[in-house]
Write a protein that binds this ligand. Sequence first.
Ligand SMILES: [Zn+2]
Length: 277
Amino acid sequence: MGLLFGTAGTPRSSSGNDSVSGIRRVHELGLGCMELEFVRGVKMGEKTAHDVFKVAKTLDVPLSVHAPYFINLNAEGETLLASKKRIIDSARIGNICGARCVVIHAGFIQKYPREVVYERISKAMTEIREKLKSEGMDVTLRIETMGRLSQFGTLDEVLAITEVDGVLPCIDFSHLHAVSGKNNSSEEFTSILSRIEEKLGRKGLDDMHIHVSGIEYSEKGEKNHLVFAESDFKYKELAQAFLDFHIGGMVICESPNLEVDAMLLMGEYHTKSLFTL
Ligand SMILES: [Zn+2]
């Protein structure tokens, strides 16, 4: 499907704040895809989900889902159960919408060694996938690279957890940059994409899911999202890396101006493609 660019939720310039208006606006703007933001809870009902499916299919706008922020799979008891339920609910509604994948912030490290957290999260992800499969839903779950080391989601971790069947990474390049202030040059973008290819092969690059935005950070990592123009994020170099590796999939822009930066990055990518063989 080539590489599509879109927004994290309904574009700012849409006629309404609902997802159907958002998909229509994405299409009008010449963007290619959209992420449905269930970040404050899965509030979309089945009827709306069917409407979303119809308009997305008619206009040929592939969708993804962002699961709620309130998830911690490095937990026990009620917290773990509620976290799993939020992911399963996201997948159920996302599946009706025809979404290609569900993006997840997997959890917090807390007092545990990272290897222990990995085992706990990997076990929970296996159980979630089994539950979804038992309900006939083969939904791809994607663990996102996170902007703080206190969270599960280094590049190593999101690549390792692809050992779980049906789990793939969501590469948030801005988060990778925010953790250390590194990961913001052609060489580093090249090294990230090479690591993905080593682990997942060519098909890993053909079907990527990417988040990107301007970002503000401190020594503790991510502070908040910015527009590209107000941040140091090297989106032009990133667009070149996308071309150099011939990647495919979806690039979701999370800058506060959503569609403006999505179109800026898409324009950069298409302009550069004229000069890249
Ligand atoms: Zn996210």
